[in-house]
Ligand binder design. Structure first.
Ligand code: CDP
Ligand code: CDP
Length: 219
């Protein structure tokens, strides 16, 4: 039984969950894990092998051959695929944005990555962010958050980051898939950050955690 706390942060595309999770982890002195990057890395590897991502059988076979590691650098996990650390450009390529929800709906891919995510508790206390962290990966966590924002705000935030990304289409696929769809996890505190700053959203998470007895390492 592992006693290290895992703070789970879920939410739709471009809601701000990665930024919130990274800053919360920094304030607490916990390791930050972006599980979307694990699904993106798997997608990159499958595409690199020439697989058509709409062919779930081919994706399933290829995924089993991918060697994915999560080295920790400066308080956060990176993704290393078959020995190569992927860059932000690799992970956020237009081709990956278009394909990732197809790869993420394959149950065997989810089984592999959920097991890898649970294994990361060996690193110590975590802030882990994604779509199913509070609902499936760590359902028994006492510290769950759901970061939301309106569709208009999310599209505008993604555009401002300079990515061509159909966030509405990814949300539709992520919310309607059979295996581990995006949901507000039982017991999660929802923070809508459409009209508040990133710092205000982080302060709200830290305030909820402080009430639950989770102390910040950094003020
Ligand atoms: O940053 P953004 O919200 O746009 O996406 P992401 O967190 O990088 O996740 C990319 C994709 O991976 C999502 O659209 C989901 O299809 C999938 N994903 C998932 O299925 N489960 C997770 N725990 C994290 C991501
Ligand atoms: O991880 P996710 O795709 O949910 O979102 P993100 O990459 O953390 O945030 C998308 C963009 O929105 C980033 O450029 C954030 O700085 C920005 N953002 C913001 O301007 N205000 C907020 N309250 C939250 C995020």
């Amino acid at each position: 039984m592992d006693a290290s706390p895992v703070i789970t942060i879920d939410g739709p595309a471009a809601s701000g969950k990665s930024s919130v999770a990274r800053l919360v982890a920094r304030r607490l002195g916990y390791t930050y894990v972006n599980t979307g990057n694990m699904y993106r890395a798997m997608t990159w590897a499958v595409q690199n092998a020439g697989i058509d991502v709409s062919d779930s059988d081919a994706v399933r076979h290829q995924a089993g051959a991918v060697h994915l590691e999560s080295p920790v650098v400066e308080g956060q996990t990176l993704v290393r695929v078959n020995g190569r650390v992927l860059t932000a450009e690799d992970l956020n390529a237009d081709s990956v944005n278009r394909a990732v929800s197809f790869v993420a709906r394959v149950p065997e891919v989810r089984d592999l990555l959920v097991a890898a995510q649970r294994d990361l508790t060996k690193l110590g206390p975590l802030v882990m962010e994604g779509r199913d962290i509070g609902s499936v990966v760590f359902p028994e966590s006492a510290f769950k958050f759901y970061i939301d924002a309106s569709e208009e705000v999310r599209s505008a935030r993604r555009q401002a980051q300079g990515h061509a990304d159909q966030v509405a289409e990814r949300d539709r696929m992520d919310s309607t898939r059979k295996t581990s769809p995006l949901v507000v996890p039982d017991g999660a505190v929802t923070i809508d950050n459409s009209h508040i700053t990133l710092d205000q959203a982080v302060d709200q998470v830290i305030a909820v955690l402080a009430e639950m007895g989770v102390a910040s390492a950094v003020q």
